[in-house]
Design a protein around this ligand. Structure first.
Ligand code: FE2
Length: 355
């Protein structure tokens, strides 16, 4: 039989004496308490495997003590001890988490069996919980490993693109930073912000499949070359599909060159709320193909980053010209709500620079 550390709580000195002596003789370590407060005090001071708890004691009743023990130290098992008259209370105690109950006068054989069972049950519970914690830790470790290798794959892709396209160097990081600032300004939940960040870092990844001569061309593009460049949106989705399961992120990437008014590419989708009539007249299909605000955030951040950096064929635009352009394109290229958020972000940054 396993040995345990047991607290014997009873207001009658003889009962404490008999039980303590018996339990010590069969190998357990014993503590004693004569009322509820003493039980709680001892439990605070040291750890017990089990409490043998008399239901009727002066002061706090055994049931009250049981409830406190459950919150204080749920790992300590409790066996209730009761007089015949208290049998219903004892059953109630079992409902409240007591392992067992014994009726006075206590049969010592029954006591030893009950204690053995309680200690075994407690041991199994603890083992089970430890195993669960171990499993949780394992899952956590594996999740973080998967995340690490995922991020490794992503940064390898970004590096591959940057090696090929001089303009992209640092562009994705800049777009991600602005897109995140706009998303936060719009009060989007952090989960959505993270999706936008990832989409922003990867939005031009499809350019890996675009000819270098076209990517870095200094003069204007032929119609064929322009079509070739435009393919980077769909190509990006195709490259990322095996590693990104989240369709929202892939959708943002495919549509980052779409415009609010539906004149962008590759699908010419529109953004913004549908008119009421359209919502009513079974416009579910059109509703499903509406651009998300997440996409509009990335589109605006991308355009802003492009305007504010030097390109092979032109210099960066001055801040005032960028603002005018953003204002002019509200409701055409850009989502007006997103533009307002971007302008607020820019204003805040400007005031920080001039402080
Ligand atoms: Fe792009």
């Amino acid at each position: 039989m396993g040995r345990g550390k047991i607290l014997v709580a009873d207001d009658e000195p003889q009962v404490r004496e008999v039980l303590s002596r018996y339990l010590t003789n069969i190998g357990h370590h014993i503590g004693v308490a004569s009322n509820g407060d003493e039980v709680l005090g001892k439990i605070d001071a040291e750890q017990f495997d089990l409490v043998l708890l008399d239901i009727s004691m002066p002061g706090k009743s055994g049931i009250e003590v049981l409830k406190e023990l459950q919150t204080k130290c749920p790992d300590t098992g409790v066996i209730m001890v009761t007089a015949i008259a208290d049998i219903n209370i004892a059953i109630d105690a079992m409902r409240n988490g007591a392992y067992d109950y014994l009726v006075k006068p206590i049969d010592l054989n029954m006591l030893s069996i009950s204690i053995e069972r309680a200690l075994e049950r407690r041991r199994l519970l603890l083992e089970n919980r430890e195993y669960q914690l171990y499993l949780e830790k394992k899952v956590e470790e594996q999740t973080s490993q998967i995340k690490q290798s995922f991020l490794g794959a992503i940064s390898a892709l970004v590096q591959a693109l940057e090696a090929k396209d001089t303009y992209t160097q640092g562009h994705s990081i800049m777009v991600a930073e602005i897109a995140v600032a706009i998303a936060r300004e719009l009060g989007m939940p952090e989960k959505q912000v993270e999706k936008i960040r990832l989409a922003a870092l990867l939005h031009d990844i499809g350019k890996i499949g675009v000819r270098e001569s076209v990517l870095n061309k200094q003069s204007s593009l032929t119609p064929e070359e322009y079509e070739h460049i435009k393919s980077h949106c769909i190509l990006g989705k195709r490259i990322l599909q095996p590693i990104i399961e989240d369709n929202e992120i892939l959708d943002i990437i495919v549509h980052h060159h779409e415009k609010y008014d539906g004149t962008g590419y590759p699908d010419g989708l529109k953004a913004g709320q549908l008119p009421k009539e359209a919502m009513i007249v079974a416009a579910a299909e059109e509703y499903a193909t509406r651009l998300s605000q997440d996409t509009m955030v990335l589109a605006a951040a991308d355009a802003y980053a492009a305007m504010s950096s030097d390109r092979p064929y032109r210099q960066a635009l001055p801040p005032q010209a960028i603002e005018t352009e953003l204002e002019n394109e509200k409701g055409k290229q850009f989502d007006p709500v997103v533009v307002d958020a971007l302008l607020k972000v820019l204003k805040r940054r400007n005031s920080k620079v001039h402080q």
